[in-house]
Ligand binder design. Structure first.
Ligand code: NDP
Length: 356
């Protein structure tokens, strides 16, 4: 540990990069931990660049209508990072998640944000300066911290689901959907929200059929996404049903999942859907473990804002933005908005403490 940082941002989704853009333009020289590129982070959905980097098109982030965005993207983003998003000729609906995230990262680094590809694994928020301990890069002292670590996909918690993780069970269709085991086969997507419909629609590019498993008689997804599911001939809704057990061969990893036994909640009958994959899209849990309980959270684990319309947490100098503090809106654009708010709050905190 040597010099004390003004502002450290943890997380590299829209909240993190938006906070970085504002903090950098306020001359705070922010340092951003974007997460480590480990296999564990990949499997748990905590890879750098956040959840958006694992989605397809982002149709509701203002400013990126469909069209020929390819030339703009290649002129805006450093060529050394263009491998991070697959080339798309025509953007049928909008910018893609990976592209949007690279644009945000580029904008943040253009203004001088320093980026470290590592995880913050624990903190000491008992006094100023605040201390962050990283996985590979030692410890850092800082006057302010912006927590923007987002949320990770939930799993059902069944032992059979655990057994087949990476052998047919996944929570990221975009990461895993193109694998040979899923091609021209039937697949199951669990959940009825926007994520589930998005995952199911994406998987129809490869699968012969996708069962969308709903525990109720209707989808939670927005109307436009519901219509997309209903009009896709490869998607079949299976209503009032939950997963009873994931079936397959866990001895030979090449086989993996062969089916999903489901239970109808109205009749209690069980039946088997033949499938080589099961994709979870049943909501998220905020990534707060590394905080070790030092920042107050709500009962559901999301970081609590201690003043209405402010990103102020229970610890002076610590602010929270994006999905880690939002169990309600959870949109890319609201995450960006709260990232901006957190940077402004951090700047005002530093000013009132006489540091800036
Ligand atoms: P949601 O919380 O909206 O939906 C979760 C779904 O999973 C619900 O259908 C829920 O069922 C179901 N579910 C939860 N737990 C279980 C369980 N144990 N067993 C079976 N089913 C379960 O989460 P999403 O990730 O879909 O969306 C989060 C936010 O992100 C939303 O605000 C959404 O609008 C946004 N989003 C927007 C997108 C877009 O606009 N393109 C794309 C993806 C996400 P039930 O309905 O019965 O509670």
């Amino acid at each position: 540990m040597s010099n004390i940082e003004n502002c450290i941002i943890i997380g590299s989704g829209p909240a993190g990069w938006s906070a970085a853009i504002y903090a950098a333009r306020a001359n705070l020289r922010p340092l951003l931990f974007e997460g480590a590129m480990t296999e564990e982070n990949r499997v748990m959905g905590r890879f750098p660049m956040g959840q958006l980097a694992q989605t397809t098109e982002v149709e509701n982030y203002a400013g990126f209508p469909s069209g020929k965005l390819k030339e703009f993207l290649s002129s805006a983003i450093d060529p050394s990072r263009q491998y991070m998003f697959p080339p798309v000729e025509e953007h049928a609906h909008a910018v893609t998640g990976p592209e949007l995230m690279e644009l945000m990262r580029q904008q943040a680094t253009n203004f001088g944000t320093r980026v470290i590809t590592d995880d913050v694994v624990s903190v000491d928020f008992s006094k100023q300066p605040l201390v962050l301990n990283t996985s590979e890069n030692g410890s850092y002292e800082t006057r302010t911290v912006i927590i923007a670590t987002g949320a990770s996909a939930n799993y059902l918690g069944l032992p059979s689901e655990e057994k087949f993780r990476n052998r047919g069970v996944s929570a990221c269709a975009v990461c895993d959907g193109a694998l040979p085991r899923f091609r021209n086969k039937s697949l199951v997507v669990v959940g009825g929200g926007d994520s589930a419909v998005e995952e199911a629609s994406y998987l129809t590019k490869y699968a012969s059929k996708v069962y969308l498993l709903l525990r109720r008689g209707e989808m939670r997804a927005s109307k436009i996404m519901q219509e997309r599911a209903l009009s896709n001939p490869k998607i079949e809704l299976v209503k009032f049903s939950v997963v009873d057990e994931v079936l397959g061969d866990d001895v030979d990893p090449r086989v993996g999942v062969t089916g999903v036994r489901i239970k109808n909640l109205q009749t209690n009958d069980t039946s088997v859907l033949e499938a080589t994959g099961m994709f979870l899209a049943i909501g998220h849990t905020p990534n707060t473990k590394f905080l070790g309980g030092q920042v107050e959270t709500h009962e559901n684990g999301y970081v609590a804002w201690k003043q209405p319309y402010r990103t102020i947490t229970s610890v002076p100098g610590v602010f929270a933005a994006g999905d880690v503090a939002d169990d309600y809106y959870r949109q890319a654009i609201t995450s960006s908005g709260t990232g901006c708010m957190a940077a402004l709050d951090a700047e005002r905190f530093l000013a009132s403490a006489g540091f800036h």
